[in-house]
Design a binder for this molecule. Structure first.
Ligand code: PMP
Length: 359
């Protein structure tokens, strides 16, 4: 029996995808071996690779002006690759410092280029995003980097700053669960291990013209142009996550695409926030309602002992992955794309019961 998995990533994947992959793992469509035992130059893998690129383009509505790249190294490598490539022609990068992930992105960018905080949420303990007008970019800013969903803080960007420069977004923890306003961006990236696939891969959408200044002085793998020119087949790609992502994208498309995922995500999150807000203060969300994440619902109980008891009892009921990030503690329920409403219902009824018995 499978558990209710609220892990923050890697996390639950659609059951039908796992079942199909299990079947194909010993014999991929009569080949007598799995897809991941084949050459990445094989006809079979090539078809999967290109179909997955096509599906991504269709499901995410990616305009022709953007290249789609598969890069290993997770979202973390993108913290450095983005400035290496986009600042190659000069200029600096502004950052909306909205939490732990934005900070890591800024720290790495500052090692390879001129990067600065255009807004810093420290004053509100990183529980909000800036209001319009609060983001201040310096002259000669090439792009503004935003983290649209802070996975640890549990906040979601609602108003995207309009400061006259293109945006670059880390969408890792809400990837393809929310439409992307392509006109605003030069680049969008994210690790796939939450909504889309097993870990080992980042998907990068980059406006082709943003690479006009790209430099030949970067090592091949760090050069976006190299990935774009080879359709991400310049070297051996992360075949397993790409293969599984193709199947997950089919499920997303069947379920109604990104818009449907966004609605479902909002409903799932609303169900958990409702229990928090009607618990008479037993559960507390540190996040202002307007910017509460649809993906990562963070909350506290009245004491650490109660949180420990909550996690133990949840586990006994086959609900796992609820422990808050080690840097902040508390509880975090991640409600990614493959987390079904029945899991959310199991969680909310447990939360009500637990509050009634302990509160
Ligand atoms: N950005 C965000 C918003 C994340 O949630 C994470 C991982 N949880 C990362 C970046 C880093 O991703 P990776 O582990 O793929 O490097």
């Amino acid at each position: 029996m499978r558990v209710h998995n609220f892990g923050a990533g890697p996390c639950t994947l659609p059951f039908e995808v796992l079942a199909e992959a299990e079947k194909e793992l010993l014999d991929y469509r009569g080949a007598g071996m799995s897809l991941v035992e084949m050459s990445h130059r094989s006809v079979e893998y090539d078809a999967v690779h290109r179909d997955t690129l096509d599906l991504l383009r269709r499901v995410a509505g990616v305009p022709a002006a953007f290249d789609i790249l598969f890069v290993q190294g997770g979202a973390t490598l993108q913290f450095a690759m983005v400035p290496m490539n986009l600042l190659a022609g000069g200029g600096s990068a502004g950052f909306v410092l909205s939490g732990s992930w934005a900070k890591k992105a800024l720290d790495d960018a500052a090692l390879v280029g001129d990067a600065y905080a255009a807004w810093d949420g420290a004053g509100s303990a990183y529980t909000t995003f800036p209001a319009s007008g609060e983001v201040v970019v310096r002259e000669n800013t090439r792009y503004l980097h935003v983290t649209t969903n802070e996975t640890i803080g549990g906040i979601r960007m609602v108003d995207f700053p309009d400061v006259g420069v293109p945006l670059v977004a880390d969408m890792s923890s809400e990837y393809l669960a929310r439409p992307i306003e392509w006109d605003r961006y030069d680049l969008v990236y994210g690790g796939v291990q939450k909504n889309l696939a097993p870990s080992g891969l980042a998907v990068v959408f980059v406006r082709s013209t943003a690479l006009d200044d790209s430099t030949e002085r970067l090592p091949a793998y760090l050069r976006y142009r190299w990935h774009a020119d080879s359709a991400s087949l310049g070297n051996t790609p992360a075949m397993f996550p790409i293969y599984i992502m193709g199947k997950v994208l089919e499920v997303i498309e069947d379920r109604g695409g990104i818009e449907a995922l966004e609605r479902e995500s909002a409903d799932k999150a609303a169900a958990v926030y409702e229990v928090i807000d009607t618990s008479g203060g037993f559960y507390l969300s540190p996040v202002a309602p307007a910017v509460r994440s649809h993906m990562n619902v963070v909350f506290r109980l009245p004491s650490q002992d109660l949180e420990t008891a909550f996690l133990a009892e949840a586990r006994r009921r086959r609900m796992v992955g609820l422990k808050g990030h080690r840097s902040v503690g508390g509880i975090r329920a991640s409600l990614y794309a493959a987390c079904r409403m029945e899991s959310v219902e199991a969680l909310t009824s447990f939360m009500r019961e637990f509050a009634a018995s302990a509160g």
